[in-house]
Design a protein. Structure first.
Length: 324
């Protein structure tokens, strides 16, 4: 995208003209941060910009502003670019929710520095825009949810849900994602669900794994990528176990998907069993019940690949659902 420039055709008395120098400084600052993230420019050459100027720039050209921020999070060295945003005042002006994480942790608080952790997660994330933005926002809810129990343990209960509401408020305030609803919805989804993959345990049943994959839907790959990036421990063995756990989850999802694609979810002869179980003659109704059973399997209401008798009993227990 070309550098932003004020409309030179405006007369000197036009109300937009006095804003132009300040807006220029905003875009210069953001360009410097983008170049820093891309490894193309030195840090610290741009003077801090006022909060009002950042907000004025967002109102005048939100897409040009977002373009530079995209380059910051997508750069080869996003940590450097994010530090530059902090230095020039962009974080406090545009993302106070993110700025609040700076210095939040370490020392007396007995938990890792959330800002340092966040920057590392952004860097470790795959360079996909939705994943990088979700990495930046995934822990913003921790500032509002930190609690310390009597035994000294730190908790951030509900921080994913709180962070999602904060993201909604941020988007309404700035409008940075409003013109790309798909991106906004994906980032929001990833923030809300970013803990789920790390909650996987090998004792999950196949049904639980299928349900997890179904609920994540098209966001599954992005969420697994974010979950991997969210492992920032300095202990090699702990990191290895965390990554192995996510890899095992992904392999189980893939294996079950292959199995389900090759083997029909309902057993052969299920139609005959339904007719015998309910005293029904061959008719269109049998096909409707079979389709409803397939939908129930897809929805996770009943396991696939069970004996025919199990499906007859499921229909019997839900006669109204199947119209029998």
């Amino acid at each position: 995208m070309a550098a932003w420039a004020p409309d030179a055709s405006l007369p000197p008395e036009h109300p937009a003209r006095p804003e132009a120098p300040q807006v220029d400084r905003v875009f210069d600052a953001l360009e410097a941060a983008a170049l820093a993230a891309e490894g193309k420019g030195p840090q610290g050459l741009v003077q801090p910009v006022s909060m009002d100027d950042f907000r004025a720039a967002a109102k005048l050209d939100v897409k040009a502003l977002r373009d530079r921020l995209d380059r910051v999070v997508m750069g080869d060295d996003p940590e450097r670019g994010l530090d530059e945003l902090l230095e020039v005042g962009a974080l406090s002006a545009l993302f106070p929710e993110v700025h609040a994480m700076v210095g939040f942790g370490d020392g007396e608080w007995r938990h890792k520095d959330v800002w340092k952790h966040t920057k590392q997660v952004v860097r470790q994330s795959v360079p996909r825009l939705e994943v990088r933005w979700a990495a930046l926002f995934h822990d913003i809810g921790k500032v509002k949810t930190r609690s310390i129990t009597t035994d000294g343990k730190v908790h951030f209960l509900g921080h994913a849900e709180v962070g999602t509401r904060m993201f909604d408020k941020l988007d309404r305030r700035m409008g940075l994602f409003g013109y790309e609803p798909t991106l906004k919805d994906t980032v929001r989804f990833l923030v809300l669900h970013h803990l789920r993959a790390n909650q996987y345990s090998p004792d999950w049943t196949d049904s639980a794994v299928r349900r997890f994959a179904r609920e994540l839907g098209t966001h599954l790959e992005d969420l697994l990528c974010l979950a991997r990036a969210d492992i920032t421990t300095k202990r090699p063995e702990k990191k290895r176990r965390g990554l192995q756990q996510i890899e095992e989850l992904q392999q189980r999802i893939s294996g079950l998907a292959d199995e389900d694609a090759q083997v029909p979810p309902l057993p052969s002869g299920i139609g005959d069993e339904i007719m015998r179980g309910f005293g029904l003659p061959p008719s269109r109704k049998i096909g409707e019940v079979k389709k409803a059973l397939e939908d129930a399997v897809q929805a996770g209401d009943v396991e696939p690949h069970l004996p025919a008798e199990a499906y007859v009993e499921f229909v019997r227990a839900n006669r109204e659902r199947f119209g029998i």
